[in-house]
Ligand binder design. Structure first.
Ligand code: TXA
Ligand code: MG
Length: 344
């Protein structure tokens, strides 16, 4: 199959894409978080094609994307007041809510679970496509399972070339990490996957917000099936350090010294770059000021893709503290590093 990248976002082209989606094709679409691999969320055969294109385990459910809050009514049994408050505060935006599903939603969308995940993206092109398609669009991140999520059409192409007919190119995703996934009940909210909407932001709108225990103790089973899989891994082994730039630079120097003739890649803040640039050779990516979780989120997946292309032997990254958006970024970084994160 030939994969076409659509860069001219005319009404005509978006209509073509919406038509393809409604009729069972898989199309990569932009969102504000990462690119998604879309298919008709009411059509089990179409969703099967998503699983095939990604090589995704079939027990891992999909998020249904809608153009507005109104569109979720036929897809759920009820909408608790907590959900209404969250939707009012955060939609359109990077918040995915799970609610008890109606019979209209195929089991293929939910991996057999009785809840369906719903999200209204804050991305004009994406919402135009969703409106034109007229059906909810199931869309996981548009990477091959286990690989970093794509934040550009080129990154989608690298994984999906030959597997899907269209990629809609709307440039780089603004946020760079996936949406926050929450289970919403009458009595509160459980964060299943940290993301663009932080715990602190949720607490300003609803009471009783907690993290899925899995996020702090891997002995628990996660409530979001996808969280148990190895994810976001770059090709080269990666380690991360968190601390002030001077200590991070020193930790980097120690590792670089041990690695001698190997080719290293370094994801660092501006401050740490200043301390290393004169003495260290290798592939540098500089994300922003030390501790800037927003800048790190924006660049994180993009950098992992870039390091894969550079064919490096090892990767060292400077992490950020576990607060605000830092929780989401460090959750991804921890997986990319297979747990090798050190506070210095
Ligand atoms: O930002 C995002 O959410 C992106 C863009 C494309 O919208 N999508 C995305 O989808 O990240 P995906 O499939 O890569 O991740 C969805 C996560 C998985 O961990 C999955 O297990 C969980 O959400 N999930 C989906 N439906 C669920 C459900 N009914 N109950 C619990 N977890 C669910
Ligand atoms: Mg994913």
């Amino acid at each position: 199959m030939e994969t076409k990248i659509i860069t001219e976002l005319t009404r005509e082209n978006l209509q073509l894409v919406a038509h393809a989606l409604r009729h069972g094709d898989v199309v990569a679409i932009p969102t504000e978080t990462v690119y998604g691999l879309g298919a008709n969320g009411l059509d089990a055969d179409a969703m099967d094609k998503i699983y095939a294109a990604k090589g995704r385990p079939s027990d891992n459910p999909l998020i249904l994307h809608v153009p507005n809050a109104e569109s979720i009514k036929p897809l759920v049994k009820e909408i608790p007041n907590t959900a209404k408050a969250l939707i009012k505060a955060f939609w359109p935006g990077p918040l995915t809510i799970t609610l008890p599903k109606s019979d209209l939603v195929p089991d293929r969308a939910t991996g057999g679970l009785n809840r369906v995940a719903l999200r209204c993206p804050n991305h004009a092109v994406c919402r135009d496509i969703l409106e034109l398609a007229g059906v909810p669009i199931a869309a996981p991140s548009a990477n091959i399972s286990g690989r970093p999520s794509p934040t550009s059409a080129q990154a989608v192409y690298d994984d999906m070339n030959g597997r899907i007919p269209y990629i809609v190119d709307a440039g780089i995703c603004t946020i760079g990490v996936e949406s926050t996934v929450v289970e919403v009940r009458d009595d509160g909210v459980t964060i299943l996957r940290p993301g663009g909407i932080t715990k602190e932001m949720l607490e300003q709108v609803v009471d009783n917000v907690s993290y899925d225990p899995f996020l702090s103790s891997q002995n628990e089973a996660p409530k979001a099936p996808g969280m148990k899989y190895k994810h976001y891994a770059p090709d080269a082994p990666m380690r991360a350090f968190i601390g002030n730039p001077k200590d991070v630079a020193e930790a980097f120097n120690n590792v670089i010294h041990e690695q001698e003739n190997k080719r290293g890649a370094f994801l660092v803040s501006q401050e740490t770059y200043e301390l290393l640039k004169d003495s260290v050779h290798g592939e540098f990516q500089v994300y922003g000021h030390s501790g800037d979780a927003v800048a790190l989120a924006h660049d994180f997946y993009k950098t992992l893709h870039h390091f894969n292309e550079c064919d490096v032997d090892y990767i060292l990254a400077e992490g950020v503290q576990n607060t605000g958006l830092g929780v989401a970024v460090m959750n991804r970084m921890e997986k990319a590093c297979a747990g090798h994160i050190i506070y210095v």
